[in-house]
Design a binder for this molecule. Structure first.
Ligand code: T4K
Length: 376
């Protein structure tokens, strides 16, 4: 059988000619990286789009996270309260900074950190809270900031999934001490690889600049020990082009997600993992929980979809705390709810290139798990 493969994600790409036009001047200038003109333009335009006062572009979302944590100068060995229901990058960024992740459970309704369980994890070594707006579901911002304020902690949001999301009318990058976005190929907005840190304090801009550019401040001046996390001009060009079309891309994703919602209604045991209604979504992911009344387990449904060329993903299983590389070193609090979600979650395909009929095909397979004859 010749079946069309459906992937969980696929990059949005601008018209080829538009990209070529944008990079053409580089053949004349031969200025390809090190904060060139396109980099500067993108930094400015993204600041406006995300409606944030300060933004620093980075080579990818992970380095953005590592460097903003580094820029906070927490004492080595400090603890960071975070969630294990995320991509491995979140946890790696903490550990690679010489800090200790302290895992907090999440909420069953949207998979974000359970703010009621944070305070019980605060010790004299706690330096920060690092929550994740997982799938673009917004964390309990007010409660988290309240706790941080009371205990003198920094808050860094992993907003890798939350490009363009607004909360109570404000760009999501305006909360906490900083937020980190990913512009990876698989995201709502991509620069091939890329990322950014957004923040309020202008002093952080110069610190991040140092950290991403070897600490270089002049031909003969290196101010501090930095790394190389600069975005190049070809990636910035992709960003400038994609930014012009991102509204369309989000509208398309919205249409597809609405179709999923419509078709999945009444399928018992398939629950959507959507968050609060105060949020303007970006429809970056379409996660469902496969539970109780559904006749197949999540793993069985995953395999069944795969048989029909539908590549859903178990975002996020296993919990980051359970990965082999940590060899059980960071176990602690009960993660009952996070574990429940990780064992049952499936991210269904959603991207700009998907047709509404493809959503129908995905749901037909899901429904065939309930009543096998419907797919014949
Ligand atoms: N924090 C969080 C919460 C994150 O989710 C992420 C990244 C980060 C931090 C770090 O940000 P970055 O440093 O990545 O900017 C993917 C992405 O690589 C990763 O960016 C993303 N989160 C994560 C959730 O998903 P994989 O290992 O699942 O990717 P992969 O290669 O299996 O691709 C997924 C699907 O996308 C494939 O089925 C095919 C399709 N695809 C992929 C690529 C790379 C394409 O169609 N074209 C492509 O170029 O991690």
């Amino acid at each position: 059988m010749d079946i069309k493969e459906i992937f969980v994600a696929q990059p949005s790409m601008p018209p080829f000619e538009e990209y070529v036009e944008t990079v053409k001047p580089l053949w004349h200038s031969r200025w390809l990286t090190n904060m060139g003109i396109l980099h500067q333009e993108l930094e400015e335009q993204l600041g406006e789009y995300l409606d944030v006062p300060e933004l620093s572009l980075m080579v990818n979302g992970h380095m953005a996270l590592e460097l903003v944590i580094q820029a906070m100068d927490f004492p080595r060995g400090s603890e960071v309260i975070t969630t294990p229901f995320t991509f491995i990058s979140t946890t790696h960024a903490i550990i690679r900074n010489g800090l200790i992740p302290v895992f907090c459970d999440v909420k069953p309704e949207d998979g974000t950190i359970d703010e009621e369980k944070i305070e019980g994890l605060v010790t004299e070594k706690t330096a920060a809270i690092l929550p994740v707006h997982v799938y673009g579901n917004v964390c309990s911002i007010e409660a988290i900031e309240n706790i941080a304020h009371r205990h003198g902690l920094k808050v860094i949001y992993d907003a890798a999934h939350a490009f363009g999301v607004t909360y109570k009318g404000k760009g999501i990058g305006n909360f906490g001490d900083a937020s980190v976005f990913s512009f990876h190929a698989t995201k709502v907005f991509n620069t091939v690889e890329g990322g950014a840190v957004t923040f309020q304090d202008p002093a952080l801009h110069s610190r991040l600049y140092n950290l991403k550019n070897f600490g270089i401040r002049g031909e003969e001046l290196v101010e501090e020990v930095g790394t190389n996390a600069k975005m190049n001009e070809f990636c910035a060009a992709m960003g400038l082009c994609n930014l012009r079309h991102v509204g369309q891309a989000i509208a398309r994703r919205r249409e597809l997600c609405r179709e999923y919602e419509r078709l999945l209604e009444g399928v018992s045991g398939i629950r959507l993992l959507w968050g609060s209604s105060a949020v303007k979504r970006n429809y970056g992911y379409f996660p469902v929980i496969v539970q109780g009344e559904y006749p197949l387990s999540r793993n069985e449904l995953y395999k069944l979809l795969g048989k029909y060329g539908i590549h859903a993903r178990k975002y996020f299983y296993p919990l980051t705390s359970d990965h082999a590389c940590f060899a059980g070193r960071y176990q602690g609090a009960s993660l009952e709810c996070a574990r429940y979600l990780a064992e049952r979650v499936l991210a269904l395909p959603v991207h700009e290139g998907l047709e509404v009929e493809d959503v129908g095909r995905v749901v037909a397979v899901i429904r065939s798990g309930v009543c096998p004859l419907t797919l014949e």
